[in-house]
Write a protein that binds this ligand. Structure first.
Ligand SMILES: Nc1nc2c(c(=O)[nH]1)N[C@H]1C(S)=C(S)[C@@H](COP(=O)(O)OP(=O)(O)OC[C@H]3O[C@@H](n4cnc5c(N)ncnc54)[C@H](O)[C@@H]3O)O[C@H]1N2
Ligand code: MOO
Ligand code: MG
Length: 421
């Protein structure tokens, strides 16, 4: 008798999986390597930025009180007592009716409280000495970039678990992080099962297909922020697959298998979990694709039994494996973000289950429009390439019409969210 599996809700499946999500260690890497990692600790400012009042313009640093009477008709000459570029400091205090020629980024000299742009001045020689003519009055603070106006000492600039993008790299460099504490990336093993699978460089043969899942999952693991370890593809033979899974568990933080989780004669994963003594968290979910996604746990280590069908495999990874990876990386927002968009095409299929339809989110006339990307079958591979979202279509409806507002799951977003849905 074929086993009758009891489907659980997708949210419940995520919750059961996340009970076994753990945080990883922190390690140090060079700043050049930091892009694409996740911060291993909060980034806290240990000094103000800027650290000193500085000039935002090339011009003259002045004392505003000297310019009170200046006007177009009555331009006032100030004696130029020095010149500084960025990186230099004027060592004396500027006195009455004096100015310092100053370049963008240079520290404002003591005594000065405003800067006049070069374009508004004229240099003249008076008694053989250089002066600058000022044609209007200035207020104290005019054209000054103030100490701490960008960042205040002790500001928390990015929290632990933040994705390190080029902007975060700029901050790390600003605060002198030659080495950056980052979350250790989990290693995620990949085993593809199926006697029909050809190696990527083998010619096609009758009844056989190329193993696309292994490479797709490899890329998804990287996108999620983890390190993939490809452990090979194996025929549907119980003892070979059992041994591979058994041995793989020692080498990885999580293990993904693709294929062999349904009820077919050669679907060995359920028996493998049994022989390993693993605790199966669920083996049927009320969703399409990926209804047979099976997740088990052995001594706290998660085994993701993803479906062999490419679209089901893809969706299973994003919904269940990705948040586990992000938790390992200390992200406080481990889940993919749900957003609202307008449905760009009819989706007439009756919908008994929750569906996650591969789709593309684009802009049309200022609106966010979500359009399915191809054949909506779990066996489809073509719909994956253009998809940057999953349309989330809750079950229990007779279909959806173009123009309706729908929920979408953002696949390329780095922010994430704190709760699933
Ligand atoms: N009687 C039933 N049959 C099926 C059920 C069911 O509930 N009762 N579930 C169906 C659903 S839903 C899915 S999804 C699939 C799940 O199949 P498995 O996870 O057991 O995977 P396989 O049988 O090994 O393969 C399914 C399909 O995917 C292709 N495949 C497998 N590996 C790869 C790979 N690495 N790259 C590309 N494509 C791959 C494989 O050739 C099959 O076509 O079961 C349904 N059946
Ligand atoms: O697991 Mo299947 O993908 O629901 O078609
Ligand atoms: Mg099968």
């Amino acid at each position: 008798m074929v086993e009758r599996r009891k489907p659980i809700k997708v949210g419940e499946a995520v919750e059961r999986t996340m009970q076994y999500a753990i945080s990883g260690d922190v390690r140090s890497i060079s700043i050049e390597e930091a892009y694409g990692h996740f911060l291993g600790e909060d980034l806290v400012a240990d000094h103000d930025v800027p650290l000193f009042n500085r000039s935002p313009y090339d011009g003259f640093a002045i004392r505003s009180e000297d310019t009170k009477a200046a006007s177009r008709e009555n331009p006032l000459p100030l004696k130029v007592v020095g010149e500084i570029g960025a990186g230099s400091v004027f060592s004396e205090t500027v006195r009455e009716n004096q100015a310092v020629r100053i370049m963008t980024g240079a520290q404002i000299p003591d005594g000065c409280d405003a800067v006049v742009m070069l374009e508004l001045t004229k240099e003249v020689q008076i008694d053989g000495e250089t002066h600058v003519r000022i044609k209007r009055s200035f207020q104290s603070g005019d054209n000054i970039s103030y100490k701490g106006e960008d960042v205040k000492k002790l500001d928390v600039l990015a929290v632990k678990g933040t994705f390190i993008n080029p902007g975060v790299v700029a901050l790390l460099a600003t605060f002198g992080y030659k080495h950056v504490p980052v979350s250790q990336k989990p290693t995620v093993g990949i085993i593809a099962t199926g006697s029909e699978l050809l190696k990527i460089d083998e010619p096609l043969q009758p009844g056989k297909i190329r193993n696309s899942n292994a490479y797709m999952i490899h890329a998804q693991i990287k996108r999620a922020g983890a390190t993939p370890i490809y452990l090979g593809q194996f025929s549907d033979d119980f003892s070979t697959c059992y041994q591979q899974v058994h041995d793989a568990l020692e080498k990885v933080d999580f293990l993904i298998t693709t294929g062999g989780v349904s009820v077919g004669d050669y679907d060995y994963l359920p028996d493998i979990y049994k022989k390993l003594g693993a605790n199966v968290l669920f083996n049927k979910i009320g969703m399409r694709p990926g209804s047979v996604t099976t997740i088990a746990e052995l001594d706290g280590k998660l085994l993701f039994g993803l479906s062999g069908n490419p679209s089901a495999c893809y969706v299973g990874f994003e919904l269940f494996t990705r948040p586990v990876i992000r938790t390992f990386l200390h992200c406080s927002n481990p889940y993919l973000k749900f957003e609202k968009a307008i449905l760009g095409a009819n989706f007439p299929k009756p919908n008994p289950f929750d569906r996650f339809v591969r789709a593309h989110l684009g802009y049309e006339g200022g609106r966010l429009v979500a359009t399915p990307t191809g054949l909506d079958k779990s066996s489809a591979v073509s719909s994956l390439a253009l998809s940057n979202i999953l349309l989330y279509l809750p079950g229990g409806t007779r279909g959806y019409e173009k123009g309706m507002e729908v929920d979408v799951v953002l696949l390329e977003d780095q922010e994430g969210t704190t709760n699933f849905k």
